[in-house]
Design a protein around this ligand. Structure first.
Ligand SMILES: [Zn+2]
Length: 677
């Protein structure tokens, strides 16, 4: 029998990785989809009147094994994939999205959910039950379940158009990115570039059978050139090519597509009963309304702008003094900022790395979780894993009860995608009075140990580890009834609070003393280095903030109002940038026509959330700082009101329970040194 179809006979019922064969996945998933369909049929054909229990809760707990198997499968596809798994993914993905559509479009099911929803005030539900009911109802209504048949047709047509337009948008950006290359034949033109960047440029030229060096618009090539290349004319050429993508009046031009997308999104939102696309999106976010987002962005702007102007003035003076530059342009910003940073801090990774041996940093994160939340991490070798490099831990609380199983997978491999992430193999939930604990994993791509040297992390890798560990704590400490509201299943402008707040400990003396010790001598990291890390972390924070705000405001200008009157992308953009502009405009460039985050990816009406999350974590950590970074009362409040609650309660309510008040943007500005205490 297919091992994925029966309960796992393993310690803590963890995934039986070593016994799963790739060819098990497709038949298991197909069978489990059918089983889940039968479970849903049982709900819709139930002759009893719809109740919370026979409909909402039954739907919530349907497909549990399907969820487990698909999460194992997709986690493997990210962390340890191969041609077979990728091929199976091609087959499995459409099956799952079709199945998802079958549920959302299931009218009999919606009728029952709606009946329960409409009687919700008389059902005496608790907060979590009410949240689950709302979530289920909205998953139908936000997809048009309440619309008349002709309007449903209109909605499907709009969705189809929008997905085509986003696809074309992305294809055009990609085509324009790939079409440009700067061929360099005189080595002097590479002056300033680090050896690694030169080498990469040479290899790129070789791969195209050319002499010399090639620089292109991919980030690994583009960013080093803009940061280090001394040749100002070439930086200008490259920057203009980058800023011109989708704005070239050629067949890859995105201007009409942008206007089309925002107008169709607006129409779609209206059809579903929302004032604008942003109102539709923000209904399921902590920020709630476009007005709140605009107020938030503009308040930060008011407060960060004086600092940004000041930083720009300093940078201009520096560039004048160094190279007699009269007017700083966009293509000068990264270059002179890097030079100034070097001058001020003289901080490089090689100096810091010996203090951050991976094993010490990991133990440090565990120790901090112990001091704050009473968690104990014990490495165990009885848990099956998908690769020998994965470490497995049993996590318990002070009473010795199991809290979670934790997997840590740190090093790059051929089958692993780039970046770092936290993921879940099994969610936490409570059923039949049993609290079923979660299985959580973090996956990273850190510097590997060699024969002579252990894995020594850059400071950026250290904060990445703490970041993902913060997400992991959110998953591990979950204590809710329903799996779909458990752990990190929260509104997405709230999900980065637990992760980002953990990064703060990496900058604190008391925390660094626990784990930042020299791998050879055992000496604790010198505090002079720590101060430098802290100061350099907020270098040019004012200008960085303005840049992020400019993107957030541009996003809201497209999605937070009726776009019918907008007929020129560039003119509209210039207006949106009016208050955040630091450098002279470049007439032949446009940001919107290559702003993939909001026109291709899922960040429309969501770009603000980067800054939003920073405010949350700065404000939360300020509370720890006020009471002591290992204060157990504050930690207990954070655990009880945030980490354990998942998405069972509105995030602003949770936050206020923890903090006693709403988050204050000033906390972020104080941490960044932009305003006085
Ligand atoms: Zn994150």
């Amino acid at each position: 029998m297919n091992i994925l179809l029966k309960p796992f006979q393993t310690p803590f019922s963890t995934a039986p990785f070593s016994k799963i064969k790739n060819e098990d996945f497709l038949p298991a998933i197909t069978t489990l989809i059918e089983e889940t369909k039968a479970e849903i049929n049982a709900i819709t054909s139930n002759p009893e009147v719809p109740t919370y229990k026979n409909t909402i809760e039954a739907l919530e707990f349907s497909g549990a094994q399907l969820d487990r198997v698909t999460s194992i499968f997709f986690n493997l596809n990210s962390a340890e994939t191969n041609d077979d798994i990728q091929k199976i993914a091609q087959e499995v993905s459409p099956l799952l999205s079709e199945f998802g559509n079958d549920i959302t479009l299931n009218e009999a099911l919606f009728k029952r959910v709606k009946a329960v929803y409409e009687s919700r005030e008389s059902l005496h539900l608790n907060a979590e039950q009410m949240m689950l009911l709302e979530k289920q109802y909205k998953s139908f209504s936000r997809n048009g379940a309440n619309l008349a048949e002709d309007k449903k047709q209109t909605l499907r047509a709009l969705d189809k158009d929008l997905s085509k337009l986003s696809l074309s948008f992305g294809e055009n950006v990609l085509a324009e990115t790939n079409a440009f290359e700067m061929h360099i034949t005189d080595e002097n033109d590479l002056s300033g570039l680090p050896e690694g960047a030169k080498e990469a440029a040479k290899q790129l030229a070789e791969s195209k059978d050319k002499d010399g060096w090639i620089i292109n618009l991919d980030y690994p090539s583009y960013i080093p050139f803009m940061t280090y290349a001394d040749n100002r004319e070439l930086r200008k050429k490259l920057a203009i090519a980058f800023g011109k993508r989708g704005f070239g009046n050629n067949k890859f031009d995105n201007q009409d597509i942008v206007l089309n997308i925002v107008k169709k999104r607006f129409e779609r939102a209206n059809l579903l009963g929302y004032k604008t696309h942003a109102n539709f999106v923000l209904e399921e976010r902590m920020a709630k309304t476009p007005e709140n987002v605009s107020e938030f962005l503009n308040e930060l702007l008011d407060k960060a702008k004086p600092a940004a102007i000041n930083e720009l003035k300093n940078l201009e003076d520096f560039a004048k003094e160094l190279d007699n530059i009269d007017r700083l342009e966009k293509w000068d910003s990264g270059y002179y900022a890097e030079k100034l940073k070097q001058k001020l801090f003289d901080l490089d990774d090689e100096k810091l790395k010996p203090y951050f041996q991976l094993e010490n940093v990991t133990q440090g994160a565990f120790k901090i979780a112990e001091k704050l939340y009473g968690l104990h991490f014990e490495e165990v070798d009885t848990i099956d894993k998908y690769h020998e490099e994965v470490s497995t831990y049993k996590v318990t609380n002070d009473k010795g009860d199991l809290v979670s199983i934790f997997y840590a997978d740190f090093f790059p491999r051929a089958g692993k995608r780039n970046g770092a992430w936290m993921t879940v193999y099994k969610s936490q939930y409570i059923k039949n009075n049993e609290n079923s604990r979660p299985h959580i994993s973090i996956v990273c791509n850190f510097t590997k140990p060699t024969k002579s040297k252990p894995s020594l992390l850059t400071f950026n890798e250290v904060t990445t580890l703490f970041h993902e560990f913060g997400h992991a704590l959110h998953g591990m400490l979950a204590n809710t009834t329903y799996p779909s509201l458990s752990g990190t299943s929260v509104f997405w402008d709230f999900v980065e609070l637990p992760s980002q707040v953990m990064e703060n400990w990496c900058f604190e003396k008391e925390a660094l003393e626990i784990f930042a010790t020299h791998y050879k001598t055992g000496e604790v990291i010198p505090m002079a280095l720590v101060s430098k890390i802290k100061e350099s972390a907020t270098f040019h924070e004012g200008m960085q903030t303005l840049r992020q705000l400019s993107f957030g405001l541009l996003d809201m200008s497209w999605h937070g109002q009726d776009p019918s009157a907008i007929d020129n992308v560039k003119t509209h953009e210039l207006e949106a940038f009016e208050n955040t502009k630091l450098y002279p405009d470049v007439a032949e460039n446009c940001m919107s026509t290559a702003f993939s985050h909001i026109f291709q990816g899922g960040y429309s009406a969501g770009y603000y959330s980067y800054k939003w999350a920073e405010v949350l974590d700065a404000d939360a950590f300020e509370y720890f700082k006020e009471e002591g970074i290992f204060n157990t009362d504050v930690a207990k409040k954070f655990k009880e009101n945030v980490l354990s609650q998942g998405g069972t309660v509105d995030p602003m309510v949770l936050y206020k329970r923890f903090r006693g008040k709403e988050p204050q943007p000033e906390a972020l500005l104080r941490r960044a040194g932009l305003i006085k205490k």
